[in-house]
Write a protein that binds this ligand. Sequence first.
Ligand code: NAD
Length: 547
Amino acid sequence: MSDNEASALHYGVKILHDPIRNKGTAFTEADREVLNLRGLLPPRVHSPAEQELRVLGNIRNKATDLDRYLYLIALQDRNEVLFYRVVMNNLEEMMPLIYTPTVGMACQEFQHIFRKPRGFYVCSHDRGHIREILQNWPHKNARIIVVTDGERILGLGDLGADGMGIPIGKLSLYTACAGIHPTQCLPVMLDVGTNNESLLNDPLYNGLEQRRSRGAAYDELVDEFIEAAEEVFPGVLIQFEDFGNTNAFRLLKKYRDKTNCFNDDIQGTGAVALSGIIGALRISGGKLSEQRLLFLGAGEAGIGTADSFVAALVEEGVSVEQARKCCWFFDTQGLLVADRKNIAPHKQPYARKQPPIDNFLEAVNILKPTAILGLSGQPGSFPKEVIEAMAKINERPIIFALSNPTSKAECTAEQAYGWSNGRAIFASGSPFDVVKLGNQTHVPGQGNNVYIFPGVGLGIIVSRSKRVTNEMFLAAAHSLANQVSKSDLLSGSVYPPLSRIREVSALIAFEVAKIAWSQGLAEREEPADIMADIQEHMFQPDYPHYA
Ligand code: NAD
């Protein structure tokens, strides 16, 4: 047999080992015939529903969530359609496994659980060759890149190259929640080293054995990566993810007007938290302009949320200066006041002319906020006295413990409801179970940017927008808030259930795409029916036909 004949004969084997085209035991009799797969699979043909049943049984039998994560990633590596079918049909069960909180655990263990590479690694040694190596990526149609340098992974800190689990997880959500085709998604780790001693001392660590590069060397690497990515994948959308905050703000400022990019921790979180506040006011009956927000944490997520809140007030006709006066920040140095020395540029607009306060409870008692928003990564930093004080000041105190993963939440759902006699309007970054208090049931909403970024990305892709604008995030926040039903609010949740996320993302994409067309940013002609166009773009986990 010639090599050509052998290669034609074994074409089906390649498909069997290609996760995008593999169907496993669901290859039909006819598929098996045309692809020469007879004998290579057990004889019984299973339906996708039967395959899903087997996967669910396996997942539920595992002892730990990390084992479940590993099982799911292994499935994604061998059969993507089945992976997405399982995830999409069981979203509320699967999301905490492929995303926060389990993905945090997986990143912390990455060097030990590593089996098969996924995503793309660019490291300091690749300077001068990034364009060339990006050609190694097998899918030429990448439309979204999620890139991190691993410096601030969730609230877990510097995990270096082991932070790769985050871009992988986020892009899985782009597919599951907004139907971006898996081959259009490219997870990237920019490995510039790590300052995490235990990783540097671990012989199994997968990243560069060096301390983080900073300054010009860092900036030149990022510059080269962005230029190369735009050239190799024209029009690609770049999402900055989990960068340390000095780089995050700087990079966003540098690239936002010249590149198709956004920062999810700043802008995505801003939009989801704003939407949650709007939802909370539908419960309490308050007005946006009457809110007094006290943030714990003045980093990417906190400042991003305040900026979104200010943008929403400006839209209502309030001046920027007035709107900023509704926001106070409390960080590692206490209340952010104008007298403080060396205030980072991103915090300066929110530094208040008032005496310093170095105790959060005291800040609550003095400032009398309507809402406290935890974006500090400090577990337990909303203790009983703080929640009780909030419940004394407000009939319906807004308590958002948004830090991830669950182990870093400022308080639990049970604590927020329990200590406020069930009056708190609570949301958290990672999921919490329903809380029963007496005869009341409280459903905590998940204030996570997963409600925003997939829809924004889909809107950008469909319109072929060349930029991501603030107006798009504001529209996404309003669209999300409008999709919270009366029954969601009655149950205490300020977000729609995750089971509706595809519908939510499609409607956000619709608003984003409309803005792209109205702002002249779309590189595609506007279709007659934008929503039908969006639906058509959305990937469904259906197997291909071979025969
Ligand atoms: P960051 O590093 O930019 O900011 C952290 C901030 O917390 C800093 O201002 C720091 O001074 C402050 N801080 C730290 N310890 C503190 C303490 N003991 N008391 C008061 N303030 C303290 O990080 P970030 O990107 O803003 O993320 C912060 C947290 O928010 C993380 O846990 C992250 O997972 C979470 N987050 C959640 C979402 C979501 O969708 N829910 C999105 C992004 C970030």
